[in-house]
Design a protein. Structure first.
Length: 528
């Protein structure tokens, strides 16, 4: 429509121009009119051309406008579609966000549920553990109670066994003692508990006595490492050699002269030589079945020979001197300003106790350190245990002071007179006294009390272990040699071999108990 309007306007203009030209013909010449017509025609042609171009342009513009409108329409459609897509995308994003939020909520709920499940599982396990612990504690308490009951029964049976043994009912005593030992070992009790050990010692017949010397037995020393051969000496100048076999003691006299007073015998296994000292100051040696007087030492009241750092030292009551076995000579005699009452060993070195309350450690004849004895009274015996870090001082009045590694002392009482000898084997302390008893002390017990291993009617002067520490050999004032078995396994085996029958069921119910399952010792598995 706009193009048609533009063409009409152009035609009107042209018509107007022609009218103007005709009206001016009267005033212009023909040439001028012709020229003017040409110009007008030219203008008209130009205008027509322009009009045509304008029409073309109008068509082009119209087409362009239509294209633009189409593009705008397409754009609007695309925009609408894009907006729709955006809305859809936004909706999907919102949906995704909602799903993600829902998923997170579900995850959190799952975590909470899992945590609650774990807590519930842990609670269940904890309750199960508590129940298991309570059950274990209950079982342990029952075991402890049963153990204590059986150990108490074992001690009571041991006491009853000792009573029956003293009454002469040896067969019943053996059976009760073996039952006591059996329960003690089964329930991990202490076989050295006094009631149990006394019954075991008595029924296993752990003591044998031989009267071999005329004088007081002053020392005993083993000549072999198996514990079958040993020598003993006495105050009557006796030196005897013994061989023990199957409970029998075979004795040979090596020397006997009452003019001498033997106080110490020393066995040098390297040279296979036995040295024996007389209080008269004489030193004898025995080798190759021959004994000879080596020399007169000149030492008054000679009573001990010890090896100190490879050097032999002879001790008298107030003198000491070195001794050289190779040439049989004694070095210069050294006088001491005190009287030696007791000679012992500490850390393999001689330890002297004098009559003035002092102790002297001998490192060599020229290196003697002196210190005060930490307890009042006269020390007559001393022993120590490196394993248990213990020291024991035996006193003239029968008291024993037991000292631990911190220096704390425990006063032990049980002997009625002078302590003559002390020995320690780990936590076990053995003591002999002039009261005629040999005691065993369990130093690791809550309450340390003496157990009498055996007693005699005379002073026990000395005692020693055999090399395996299975037996203790003692010598007393009346010339007796006493062997006491101290090896618990050997005692149990000896007692077991003595059993000839089982307890009857009636005896079991009476002595052991009706609620304790009956056991056989003869005819059980492992027994003939």
């Amino acid at each position: 429509m706009k193009g048609i309007s533009k063409i009409s306007t152009t035609t009107a203009i042209v018509s107007t121009l022609l009218l103007v030209a005709v009206g001016t013909e009267d005033y212009l010449t023909y040439d001028q009119l012709a020229q003017k017509n040409k110009e007008l025609e030219a203008q008209l042609a130009e205008l027509t051309k322009r009009e045509q171009q304008s029409v073309v342009m109008q068509h082009v513009n119209a087409q362009m406008e239509e294209i633009a409108n189409e593009e705008r329409r397409i754009s609007d459609e695309q925009r609408d579609e894009a907006e729709q897509q955006a809305l859809l995308a936004q909706q999907e994003r919102q949906n995704a966000d909602e799903q993600r939020r829902q998923a997170e909520v579900e995850r959190q709920n799952a975590l909470v549920a899992e945590r609650k499940a774990v807590e519930a599982s842990q609670t269940a396990k904890s309750q199960q553990a508590i129940a298991e612990q309570q059950r274990a504690e209950a079982e342990y308490s029952k075991r402890v109670t049963d153990t204590l009951n059986y150990l108490t029964l074992a001690r009571n049976l041991g006491n009853t066994a000792t009573t029956q043994f003293n009454a002469g009912n040896y067969e019943l005593a053996d059976l009760l003692a073996y039952t006591s030992v059996n329960f003690t070992n089964r329930y991990h009790g202490d076989i050295y508990a006094p009631m149990v050990y006394r019954a075991l010692a008595a029924t296993s017949q752990n003591k044998s006595v031989w009267n071999k010397h005329k004088g007081s037995v002053t020392d005993i020393a083993f000549t072999d490492t198996q514990g079958y051969d040993f020598v003993s000496c006495s105050t009557y100048g006796e030196l005897l050699r013994h061989h023990i076999s199957n409970g029998k003691l075979q004795t040979t006299t090596l020397f006997s002269d009452s003019h001498y007073d033997f106080r110490d015998v020393y066995v040098d296994r390297k040279s296979a030589t036995i040295y024996v000292l007389s209080r008269t100051g004489h030193l004898f040696s025995f080798k190759n079945d021959k004994i000879r007087l080596m020399l007169y030492t000149g030492i008054r009241h000679l009573n001990r020979i010890e090896v100190c750092n490879g050097q032999f030292i002879l001790f008298g009551e107030q003198q000491l001197a070195t001794f050289t076995p190779a040439n049989g000579t004694v070095g210069p005699v050294k006088e001491l300003p005190y009287k030696i009452v007791c000679i012992c060993l500490t850390e393999s070195l001689p330890l002297l106790f004098d009559n003035q309350g002092r102790q002297h450690q001998v490192k060599s004849i020229d290196n003697i350190t002196t210190s005060k004895v930490p307890y009042s009274g006269q020390v007559t015996a001393y022993a120590e245990s490196k394993h248990a870090h213990l020291k024991a001082y035996g006193m003239n009045d029968g008291t024993i002071y037991l000292v631990n590694s911190q220096g704390k002392a425990t006063r032990l009482t049980g002997h009625r007179s002078r302590i003559s000898k002390l020995k320690m084997n780990g936590e076990r302390l053995y003591s002999a006294s002039f009261d005629g008893t040999l005691h065993l002390w369990l130093t690791d017990a809550a309450k340390i009390e003496p157990m009498v291993l055996f007693s005699t009617n005379g002073w026990i002067i000395n005692f020693t272990y055999d090399p395996q520490k299975n037996n203790i050999w003692t010598g007393d004032q009346k010339g007796n040699l006493t062997e006491a078995l101290i090896s618990v396994p050997t005692m149990i085996k000896r007692l077991e071999n003595k059993l000839k029958r089982n307890l009857t069921r009636e005896e079991w119910r009476y002595y052991v108990g009706r609620n304790i399952p009956y056991e056989k010792y003869i005819g059980k598995e492992g027994q003939p």
